[in-house]
Write a protein that binds this ligand. Sequence first.
Ligand code: NCD
Ligand code: ZN
Length: 344
Amino acid sequence: MDTLKIIRPDDWHLHLRDNQALETTVPAAARCFGRSIIMPNLNPPVTHVEMAYQYRNRILKHRPANSDWQPLMVLYLTDNTSPNEIYAAAESGFIHGCKYYPAGATTNSDSGVTDLNKMNSVFKAMQETGMLLLMHGEVTSTDIDIFDREAVFIERHLRSIVEKYPNLKIVLEHITTQQGADFVLNHSDNVGATITPQHLLYNRNHMLVGGIRPHLFCLPVLKRDTHQQALISAATSGSHKIFLGTDSAPHTQDAKESCCGCAGCFSHHAAIELYAQVFYQADALDKLEAFASINGPDFYGLPHNKSKITLQKNSWQLPDSISYEGSQLIPLGAGSSLNWELIG
Ligand code: NCD
Ligand code: ZN
């Protein structure tokens, strides 16, 4: 099989940033995706419907003329989010979820939620309106090892949240562990998960053996290889609960290559090809369409895209760098080769 034609995929977790960054990030998203869930961790964060509306307009100004790619907006939950904001978001028609960041967990999360117990009325409003809860599932307590943050979050918080709000639709974003995959696969249909290309292609050895590779540093951090294998199994299992979310998160080369480099990998230069590489290596290319193009819209209650994309088996080399914000970034897999290429 030398070509693969699949329904146009969507990206259910994307960081576009703002202003000048949109010149790079929006065309990169429109390159192959039909829709993208837009993360709200700007500075200041997108906490209100009106802010999401303005942000969406700024994004759409950069959409290429021949594209009908759609940004699906998300509200950033804080300790001060009111149930009324949730009702307004649900009525807006362009907001598709609310993002829970534990305060301090990752890039631009300082305004995140400090105590999940304070979110009762907000989660109830979300459950009532069918608004999705997108969770960065990590604890931030200093006594918990960074490699255990996701597994502890599931035990300390997620189990009780799904019990307390049985009809709330939850996406456990960018899962990185066997525990994350097991929890989602064994739970009700109201719980789904996204997986990034970096967590499928790499483990912490790739980041740390032989020297620190800052361009592989993202949060949740890469785990050991057994977790990588569990994620590959989950993604290629055909389960309808697991879908594509790149977490493509651009940072300039300078910001990553510093004594305190920031977290995030940019993967939108070759997003679908990076996933195709994983599915090809796992001999599961027949499962790529469900993961990339069907499970996500089904979970969000949206139609599948009408158009298709074509991938061709062809070895090609990823760029070493990409211009970004008047400077440059180093993309995921920079300089390496992939086996499948998007040709239309
Ligand atoms: C993201 C970013 O840079 O905005 N970074 C990351 O490592 N994934 C934030 C996030 O999704 O955690
Ligand atoms: Zn993210």
